[in-house]
Design a protein around this ligand. Sequence first.
Ligand code: MRU
Length: 346
Amino acid sequence: MTHQYDTVRPINWHNEQLHLLDQRKLPHEQITMILEQISDVTEAIKNMVVRGAPAIGITAAYGVVLAAKNAYAKHSTNWQAFIKNDIQELSQARPTAINLIWALERMQSKFTEINGDPVSILLKEAKLIHQEDIDANYKMGELGTELLPKNCRVLTHCNAGALATGGYGTALGVIRSGYAAGKITEVYADETRPWLQGARLTAWELLQDKIPVTLSVEGAAASLMRNKMIDWVIVGSDRITANGDVANKIGTYGLAVLARQHGVKFMVVAPTSTVDMNLADGNQVEIETRSMEEVLTLDGQNVAAIGAKAWNPSFDITPAEFVDFIVTEKGVVEPKSSEMNILGLT
Ligand code: MRU
């Protein structure tokens, strides 16, 4: 089935190389980085060339293919031993998104089936992870849209779109499907300091698909809601714990508290690869802290008073009680009345 509003694809495997749309350069330049080494994949994830939990997982899966290909060319009998450290380093490139570990474990579970050249089996698995992610997004788009009433005005945060996934997006997947179904009339996006994923990426990809979008600074969210301009907040996630607590881009928790105060519904959209049943609650999630420079500067220019320090956590935890719906490809959970294991996850 073809979908409307579905043109952006950030990750491509082409001519035995990994092609990544460099998200640091968007929206002004569309530059593709071509990667051939797993160490380059680790750097690309650390440096935000590719970001967003599912996109990080898919990229890492292709990273394992590159590592195995290069190691097998030099050490055909014990190539696995030569890629262990690189995979370990890749697994730590960004700590909050569970999709990274999930994808690496899934790729490594294939190693026992390999006899000889590893590339075909591993590439098949990486492509499957990639396609399953896109299919999950289509499904979540449908399920999330069913929850929406007519004439919704929605607010989203960061970029949980095609750029953050294999394609179509999680939160933006629901927004694409809801817009196609005529249920969404307005899309607001937080600009999302310090990396401006909202202003640079969400606005760009929605406009690529001709979906109108209005940007606002995070500080305007309370007024948007108080002025009755928002009916639903729709966001993605980097990790959801067994009790339904949600790790997502810093600022998400504040939006959830505001939404509750103003009678606005709060929907989290994430594939089951984002659910971590090994963690009981959000207190156990490692929150990535990034460099002070990201806050003190803008586009390489100092914007803060010289000498000021900065606190730069990349994510926060929204307690399950503030979340009305978690939409996954396997079904919808209302965290206040049930835990994630109703989806049959282990
Ligand atoms: O720091 P980023 O840009 O990787 O943060 C991304 C987010 O917080 C997204 O909302 C999340 O990964 C979900 S992506 C479908």
